[in-house]
Design a protein around this ligand. Structure first.
Ligand SMILES: *Cc1c(COP(=O)(O)O)cnc(C)c1O
Length: 435
């Protein structure tokens, strides 16, 4: 099948996500036939460097032989069995290993990020209820925060474009001022700014802790906000304030977990532990939909009871899918065998040097890096240069999807120096031609 035929059939049969479909009258879909490493190939043999890791999920490249082999092996044994009343080796092993890595446990599985958010919110509320505090029903999140788009998750998300239309359906939640250092005063460093922003959280919880179940946030990087980055001091403060006022801290590491922030989990950089940890995206290396929520033992114990309704009666059909768990185990093996966290640290240093011409470019603002994420704003005459960037990127063999005027690189960890140099060179050309 050729490119043209596939995209026409797609427009007729598929409702694409996060898309005004009419836009595709002028913006062609990109029909992808196969992937290899950091590259995607279309049906005519053109290739694109996947600089956004296919919406932040891919870690070790497309068609990774080790993940492929693990899934093939699992496929011959068991593809899926319901996890209520049954169990299987991949789910058990994955739960044990995630517990080892996080110091939390009792992994509860869902199928995608938004369902992990829903699980954490429901668990937090239900914990307080089981503990005789049913009045703790409200949630607090951060300004510009993103936690998914199902009704519950959207209620704590703060991205107007996704939220405003559905506002009448949503339960209100309160947003605290973001610690994203792009909003700091010119003479204020990121840490001082984080401290100042934490004050607002303290005053809010001082007044409202009696009705607040949890604070949910994205540790260190607010992805959908345009890779807004902040100092770990804010997490330390948030942990202390939540402890002081008996409010849960939910770490949504759906995007920043699995090494993306430079440590295995982002909250490690603040030396804290959340009450709930939400994981998805990179968990299967970008292969299969899977999410997990881990929590502390005392929280689990509050559900452990003779009374059925005190238990957490939540489920998804594909909870703990065996193929997905097995892919996740292969991902953890790669982390351990190839010492990925250390390797990425060296890689990020090298990539920062390669990206210097961008950092120093007169049209680039707020150049920033956390772990394997790079981002900056482009001073452009046209508001929202996102589409132009995307189209010009394809002409130069790179897949970029800026968020507004924020251009970001979030490549698979297998990207090498030559590929990263190609990405930087293409981006510099695009800035010249559109800004
Ligand atoms: C992507 C994302 C989600 C939602 O995950 P889905 O799998 O798209 O539902 C939630 N939180 C954060 C921080 C994310 O980046």
């Amino acid at each position: 099948m050729n490119n043209r035929e596939l995209l026409q059939r797609s427009l007729a049969a598929v409702w694409h996500p996060c898309t005004q479909m009419k836009q595709h009258e002028t913006l062609p879909l990109v029909p992808i036939a196969r992937g290899q490493g950091a590259w995607l190939y279309d049906c005519d043999g053109n290739r694109y460097l996947d600089a956004v890791s296919s919406w932040w999920v891919n870690l070790f490249g497309h068609c990774n032989p080790r993940i492929n082999d693990a899934i093939k092996d699992q496929l011959e044994k068991l593809e899926h069995v319901m996890l209520a009343g049954f169990t299987h080796q991949p789910a058990v092993e994955l739960s044990e290993r995630l517990a080892q890595l996080s110091g939390l446990g009792h992994a509860f599985y869902g199928s995608d990020g938004a369902s992990a958010t829903e699980i954490a919110l429901k668990m937090s509320f239900h914990f307080w209820r089981n503990r005789g505090q049913p009045g703790k029903t409200r949630f607090v999140s951060l300004e510009n925060g993103y936690h998914g788009e199902t009704i519950g998750a959207l209620s704590v998300t703060d991205v107007a474009l996704f939220k405003d239309t559905y506002a009448p359906l949503l339960r209100t939640s309160v947003q605290m001022p973001t610690p994203d250092w792009r909003y700091a005063h010119a003479d204020e460093n990121a840490q001082d700014f984080a401290l100042r922003r934490a004050q607002a959280l303290r005053s809010h919880l001082e007044q409202h802790h009696g009705e607040t179940a949890a604070l949910i946030l994205e540790p260190l990087v607010q992805g959908a906000a345009g890779m807004g980055m902040y100092h770990p001091e804010y997490l330390r403060q948030a942990r202390a304030i939540c402890d002081e006022f008996q409010v849960h801290l939910i770490a949504d590491e759906i995007a920043v977990g699995f090494g993306r922030s430079g440590t295995f989990f982002a909250h490690e950089q603040a030396g804290i532990q959340p009450d709930f940890l939400c994981l998805s995206k990179g968990i299967t290396g970008g292969y299969l939909p899977l999410s997990a929520v881990l929590t502390r033992d005392p929280i689990y114990q509050a559900f452990y009871h003779d009374e059925t309704a005190k238990g957490f009666l939540h489920s998804h059909s594909y909870t703990g899918n065996a193929l997905a768990c097995r892919a996740a185990l292969a991902v953890l093996d790669i982390f351990a065998e190839d010492k990925i966290i250390a390797a990425n640290r060296a890689k990020a240093e090298l990539f920062n040097r390669i990206a210097d011409p961008l950092r120093l470019h007169p049209k680039v603002r707020h150049f920033r890096n956390t772990g394997m994420i790079w981002a900056f704003e482009v001073a452009s005459r046209t508001q929202g240069c996102s589409r132009q960037f995307f189209e010009e990127g394809l002409k130069r063999q790179v897949l970029l999807r800026p968020i507004g005027n924020t251009v970001y690189f979030m490549p698979p960890y297998v990207v090498d120096a030559d590929e990263f140099s190609h990405l930087v060179a293409a981006t510099l050309e695009i800035i010249e031609c559109i800004a």
